[in-house]
Design a protein around this ligand. Structure first.
Ligand code: KIV
Length: 288
């Protein structure tokens, strides 16, 4: 695939670009739709608190996902499964408060929409009314069609999520999805189902790059890849992975842009040594 620089990838009227554009109002799902029409690629990051979200908002990241990856990356769980709607509402409200431009998308956590469309609507309504998010995300293709449809008909924009769906880890494990003819055909059916239901975008997680490219060409809504190769319309990474705060192994598809774990750990040690050795606080840090 031809690599374009960020400048080349902007629409000819660069002021409208999702990343690097001049607008200061909050991004809407309509802006996302128009970006696909222009063929513009865009970045998405997760965020779970107001301060981190404000850094990404100021950096121009157009879409922030309050992912239920908060379970692993923020709340100390092993998976996303235990995350509750109350927790997602609290984290999402903080992210909304910390931002001014980014579109905030919040995950509906496991157990908050699987019962059916009415439960999904009740849960999503809390995220929109109490936290102020602009859209919600939920997992599942054909199986979540009716939930997506009712939310969209009720005025709540939905980002779908297919391929590897971490809320189903107990059933599917963490494995590449869509490998082989049968599985690839199912992934395509799932992609078309969420588009048909009215989703404004769809996350493709851990699917072969060629299949993600085919889905991206087939759909008129944008695809957001994570471990899905270079051809999707957008890319998302979990912020603690891409900034090097996550401990231990991170998935192969992650690119590490900083080593915050090292930076924070050595700053904490310097502070501790200063306190123990009497080098902090000094006169300049004291009040009289
Ligand atoms: O919860 C999350 O962070 C996600 C991304 C991995 C897409 O769903």
């Amino acid at each position: 695939m031809t690599q374009l620089s960020a400048a080349q990838n902007k629409p000819s009227d660069g002021s409208k670009a999702l990343y690097g554009g001049k607008g200061t109002r909050r991004i809407t799902v309509r802006d996302i739709t128009l970006a696909k029409e222009r063929g513009e690629k865009w970045p998405m990051l997760t965020a779970y608190d107001a301060m981190t979200a404000s850094v990404f908002d100021e950096a121009g990241i157009p879409v922030l996902l309050v992912g239920d990856s908060a379970g692993n990356c923020h709340l100390g769980y092993d998976t996303t499964v235990p995350v509750t709607l109350d927790q997602m509402t609290m984290l999402s409200a903080a992210v909304v408060r910390g931002t001014g431009r980014s579109l905030i998308v919040a995950d509906l956590p496991f157990g908050s929409y699987q019962e059916g469309p009415v439960q999904a609507l009740r849960s999503a309504t809390r995220l929109v009314k109490e936290a102020g998010v602009g859209a919600v995300k939920l997992e599942g293709g054909e199986r979540s069609h009716d939930q997506i449809r009712l939310l969209v008909e009720s005025g709540i924009p939905v980002m779908a999520h297919i391929g590897l769906t971490p809320q189903s880890v107990n059933a599917m494990g963490y494995r590449v999805q869509g490998r082989g003819e049968e599985a690839a055909a199912q992934l395509l059916r799932d992609a078309k189902a969420v588009q048909d239901a009215g989703a404004f975008a769809v996350v493709l997680e851990l699917v072969p790059a060629e299949l993600a490219a085919e889905v991206t060409r087939t759909l008129h809504i944008p695809t957001v890849g994570i471990g899905a190769g270079p051809e999707t319309d957008a890319q998302v990474l979990v912020w603690t992975d891409m900034l090097g705060l996550t401990s231990g192994r991170v998935p192969k598809f992650v690119k590490k842009y900083a080593d915050l774990r090292e930076v924070m750990g050595s700053a904490a040690k310097s502070f501790a040594e200063d306190v123990v050795g009497g080098a902090f606080p000094l006169e300049e840090h004291s009040v009289h």
